[in-house]
Design a binder for this molecule. Structure first.
Ligand code: FES
Length: 602
């Protein structure tokens, strides 16, 4: 009988018994861990890298020849193994780095967490009030003030709801105070709940938090309904300016998206939206303005100034959020027209203000916000990277949903693809296109300008717009036709990566340091979490530095929003951070054109 051994996969916390002698990759599959394995376990692609701690190294078979070929000496010394070539001999713990996880599981591993002291702006007070009698004719509000023992205001909407609530709860209630105002009366024993939202150009990410314990009760994502009015910020600003009621439609779309997200979060956690007593929303400056109904004309015209950049507190009901009657929404500060509160939240979460060595943060999305911390200074810019990295503008592009090709390897002329959730391929997501471009370049199919090399290798077929590279042949595709990469797709990736590369290069220039001086590079955002860092370096999207200087930190804008929800000190810190940032406008920078043109090369 085969003996079984216990295996624990971290940071997912997935554990189980597997037969001794199977590979780590096979164990991952049996335990439902989405570990990548593009070449199907032949030891050829290197995508199944895992890390084993020194205590557990002899729990696996000795390092094999394919591993010596694919991994450097340094990696082997650091405990890195190829999961498909490492066979389990006894119980062990396996660390799966984010880049080795399939997309569906990477979304489950949240953005990097930064500890905060819990000190929310809202505080509860449990009251047991006496009911009115003929000899006690005080008003409801008077009773609440007397119960609290201090003169507070009660929000008008709270007053409107108070008579049935107080009487229905037999005069026991959990009053929620924000400064000197009562913003909610909750049923006795209700936990203090808040919601944090990252209002992205393409996606919304929301988190429901217990404000007393800091626990995240639910998290959810959704597409931004404003996508119906244009993919990028400039198109939406133009729509708001040119269409009658355009701005109003965009405002309503954002409000509707947020309201639905809140309902979704509450359904997940078994809570009710009207019990949420505080919210924090972060987004880029255009999203912030469109959501609040602020005029966006100043953002659409040089010199692109915001209407407001200070932190704001607005009533949730004024911005269409169905929370507790008097709940407020806090909006973190903006920095400039194209560097908004989401960037400030990312700086907060990554503690960029405390960086003691040169550190670069790239939050990659439709707009890529970049910050360089050097010697106590923070330089930030925004690069118009466009939606190609999220799969848009790519012929077979799609978001990272089941069936999206997310990893590509070309080994000895053969193409290996891996899809999200291993579903039959139906398209390519941003990380897949990036992988494909890098692999095509290194396999000699592309020249440095992104054009096809003269080759009669079979994967190139003649398409409507010239030769196209067949990533998935028709017979293996879930679409019933081949999934290909065209010259135009490659051009889209070149434009996106040139915008990003020109951005970080100009920040280095402004700070007077070289690429090699960078001690850490933090890569954030959904796309940033999925990409293969080695490939991103190879095509020049990221600085040419050793891999161990990079860290994929996930949705740090969302983390920053949560921190600001839990702590008033973090809100104050965010306001200070926004004032400290030195904003660099790329479009008028004297080096921009030249750097952009150079960065187009692969
Ligand atoms: Fe292990 Fe490819 S699956 S190297």
């Amino acid at each position: 009988m085969t003996s079984t051994v216990a295996v624990l996969f971290q940071p997912l916390g997935r554990r189980g018994q597997v037969p001794a002698g199977i590979s780590v990759l096979e164990a991952a599959r049996r335990l439902g861990v989405g570990l990548s394995g593009v070449c199907g376990g032949r030891g050829a692609c290197g995508t199944c890298r895992v890390v084993i701690s020194p205590d557990d190294r002899d729990a696996l078979s000795p390092v094999s020849d394919p591993e010596r070929e694919r991994l450097g000496e340094e990696e082997i010394a650091g405990g890195v193994r190829l999961a498909c070539r490492a066979f389990i001999q006894r119980a062990l713990q396996v660390f799966v780095p984010p880049e080795s996880l399939t997309a569906s599981q990477r979304t489950q591993v949240e953005g990097r967490q930064t500890p905060v002291r819990i000190d929310p702006v809202v505080v509860p007070a449990d009251l047991h009030l006496s009911p009115p009698t003929l000899s006690d004719l005080r008003s409801d509000a008077e009773r609440i003030r007397d119960g609290l023992g201090r003169p507070v205001r009660v929000d008008l909407e709270v007053l409107r709801h108070s008579p049935p609530s107080l009487r229905g709860w037999d005069w026991a209630t959990r009053a929620v105070l924000r400064g000197d105002e009562v913003v909610a009366l909750l049923p006795p024993g209700t936990p203090l709940i808040g919601v944090a939202v990252d209002l992205g150009t393409t996606k919304l990410a929301g988190y429901l938090l217990n404000l007393e314990t800091g626990e995240t009760l639910a998290s959810a994502g959704a597409m931004n309904p404003q996508l119906a009015y244009g993919e990028d910020v400039m198109v939406r600003i133009t729509y708001a300016l040119q269409e009658p009621e355009g701005a109003e439609r965009l405002r309503w779309a954002a409000a509707d998206g947020l309201a639905r997200l809140v309902v979704d979060l509450c359904n997940q956690a078994g809570l009710q939206p009207e019990h949420i007593v505080e919210a924090v929303v972060v987004g880029n400056t255009a999203m912030h303005h469109l959501y609040l109904g602020l005029p966006v004309r100043p953002l659409g015209l040089a010199p692109y100034v915001p209407v407001e950049s200070a932190p704001l507190d607005v009533r949730a009901r004024e911005v269409g959020l169905p929370l507790a009657p008097g709940a407020m929404v806090h909006l973190l500060p903006n920095v400039a027209g194209f560097v908004g509160a989401d960037h400030v939240a990312a700086l907060l979460a990554t503690r960029m203000d405390e960086a003691d060595r040169p550190t670069l943060l790239l939050d990659i999305g439709t707009n890529t916000e970049i910050c360089l911390a050097v010697g106590g200074n923070l330089f930030s810019c925004s690069a118009a990277s466009g939606p190609a990295l999220e799969g848009a503008h790519i012929r077979f592009g799609m978001r990272a949903a089941p069936g999206a090709v997310e990893r590509v390897r070309i080994i000895e002329g053969r193409v290996y693809c891996e899809t999200v959730e291993g579903a039959p391929p139906v398209g390519i997501c941003g990380s897949g296109v990036l992988d494909a471009v890098a692999e095509l370049r290194s396999a000699g199919f592309l020249n440095g300008r992104g054009g096809w090399m003269d080759t009669d290798c079979p994967p190139l077929l003649s398409g409507d717009n010239g030769p196209e590279f067949v990533l998935v042949p028709a017979e293996s595709s879930g679409l019933g036709r081949a999934i290909t990469i065209s010259r135009k797709d490659i051009g889209e990736i070149q434009l996106a990566k040139a915008a990003i590369a020109a951005g970080w290069q100009i920040l280095l220039e402004e700070a007077g340091i070289r690429e090699s001086d960078l001690a850490r590079v933090l890569v954030a955002g959904a796309f940033g979490t999925y990409i293969d860092i080695g490939h991103a370096i190879a095509i020049g999207l990221l600085p040419r530095l050793p891999l161990d200087r990079f860290e994929q930190v996930g949705n740090v804008a969302g983390t920053g929003a949560r921190m600001a929800l839990l702590s008033r000190a973090e809100r104050e810190r965010a306001a200070r951070l926004a004032r400290r940032v030195r904003y660099v406008e790329l479009t008028v920078h004297p080096s921009f054109r030249e750097r952009f043109a150079q960065a187009l090369r692969l």
